[in-house]
Design a protein around this ligand. Structure first.
Ligand code: P5A
Length: 435
């Protein structure tokens, strides 16, 4: 049997569905109001443990890893340095910035055994500033940018829509330090463009929107929104935005909600689009707000003490997964864009007890699994269940091995997105996937 070594254990590369921790369900969960929440539960991607707090199961983890990989590649390109800040922070840092009291009930406050005040990070501006000031003393260390991909906690009043608005959620958060405004603006624009690239690589159409900077505080800010009917914001934007280049987006018109005023809209009625959007990213320039408050300075060329100009840049990684599903699904299930799919292909052996089917499916699996990530559905369930699960889980390519076709010397290759089915010989399939 494929995948089993002489100890009866699985080869580490082998992904047999029968051994994979993904429990699908046919029932629509009654408390899930939006499609991404329903599909994530039905596909066995997440398991709720408390309001707004979820365990992330293997299918979801594979998607998270894909998203992280893309984010990190794009961050590398703009010279950002990856770190892990901490999830638990001392209150002291937030007292320095003045945000400890200001943050209010959204902050989860914790006492340690010595009765010291701690908190679970809702964001890490203070801590990034603290790490920076311990090391960088001179203008030569600028510009610099630190980022992490780590868990956050915000005690939202109304956690809802599954992981869309969670209390515990995964964020990519970056923090930049520059010597003056011009340099800080350049950094801001670099991150902006890299975010556009990041989202586009995930198969999304990001809409950058001029935004208020709210609790983070500051004076230049954009949100990145993904169009979806279930979005919480209403977006008003120039049609040209949909075909604009990365750089053009910096100056293309788009605003959200109450910021929209028809009187000062620089776009003709014909070009004005109105849609619902989901905020998947948010970038801020806030000058010296934290560096000043936290007495963080570097010496410039003339030996003068300068407070660095800062910005922070967030991507809601866990929310993105829901947003991708909102933007890409049909009534049968998820349709993963290739770049973030948990697997590239799935082999559906429809008749596991049939020797020819098993031989063919095993051979295809053996041949392509070294090159492509493949989930081999070897489960002993009905044909209908197997096909329905494949559509639900949404892996881009389905290689369907059925008894009748195998007798004719072919298998089927189905594209999840288009639904198009091709009959191919097992050899042709292998060639197609090794390309
Ligand atoms: C930027 C990075 C910040 O926190 N500090 C560090 C800045 N910005 S933000 O807009 O508040 O959050 C960044 C992104 O995180 C996602 N997000 C959430 N996702 C799921 N559940 C939540 N409760 C939640 N809150 C924020 C959003 O995608 C947001 O753009």
């Amino acid at each position: 049997m494929i995948g089993l070594n002489r100890f009866g254990d699985l080869d580490w590369r082998i992904m047999l569905f029968s051994k994979f921790f993904a429990y699908t369900s046919k029932e629509d969960p009654s408390d899930a109001k939006i499609v991404s929440h329903r599909l994530m539960l039905r596909a066995g991607m997440i398991s709720q443990t408390a309001a707004g707090i979820y365990c992330w199961l293997p299918l979801a983890v594979r998607v998270i890893e894909k998203i992280i990989q893309i984010i990190c590649e794009e961050q590398d390109k703009i010279g950002a340095n990856r770190v892990y800040f901490t999830t638990i922070q001392p209150a002291e840092l937030w007292r320095e910035s003045g945000r400890y009291d200001a943050y209010g009930k959204e902050m989860l406050r914790i006492k340690d055994r010595k009765d010291g005040d701690f908190l679970y990070s809702p964001t890490n501006e203070e801590q990034a500033t603290d790490v920076f000031r311990r090391y960088v003393k001179s203008y030569r260390g600028l510009p610099t940018m630190l980022y992490q991909i780590h868990w956050k906690f915000r005690d939202e009043i109304r956690p809802r829509f599954g992981v869309m608005r969670g209390r515990e959620f995964l964020m990519k958060d970056g923090y930049s330090f520059d010597i003056d405004f011009e340099s800080a603006k350049l950094t801001y624009e670099k991150v902006f463009i890299s975010y556009i690239r990041t989202f586009r690589r995930m198969g999304l159409t990001p809409i950058p929107v001029q935004a208020d900077s709210g609790a983070i505080g500051g004076n230049m800010s954009h949100e990145f929104q993904i169009l979806a009917n279930t979005g919480e914001s209403t977006l008003y934007y120039d049609k040209a935005l949909l075909s604009a280049s990365d750089e053009e987006l910096l100056t293309t018109f788009a605003v959200a909600d109450e910021k929209y005023n028809p009187k000062d809209t620089p776009v003709s009625k014909n070009d004005l689009m109105v849609s619902k959007g989901i905020e998947v990213g948010h970038v801020f320039y806030f000058g010296t707000r934290y560096s000043k408050a936290m007495n963080t300075f570097v010496l410039d060329k003339n030996g003068q003490e300068i407070f660095p100009e800062m910005g922070s840049y967030g991507i809601g990684v866990s929310r993105l997964i829901a947003a991708i599903i909102e933007a890409s699904h049909d009534d049968r299930g998820i349709i993963w864009p290739d770049a973030v799919a948990p697997f590239y292909a799935t082999i559906l052996n429809l008749h596991t007890k049939n020797d020819s089917c098993r031989t063919v499916a095993d051979e295809i699996y053996r041949a392509i699994s070294s090159k492509k990530e493949v989930l081999y559905d070897d489960r002993n369930i009905t044909v209908g269940e197997k096909l329905a699960d494949a559509d639900l889980i949404g892996i881009p390519w389905q290689i369907v091995v059925g008894q009748k076709k195998v007798e004719d010397g072919v298998v089927e290759l189905k594209n999840r997105k288009t639904g198009k089915v091709l009959e191919m010989t097992p050899n042709a399939i292998v060639e197609r996937f090794l390309r």
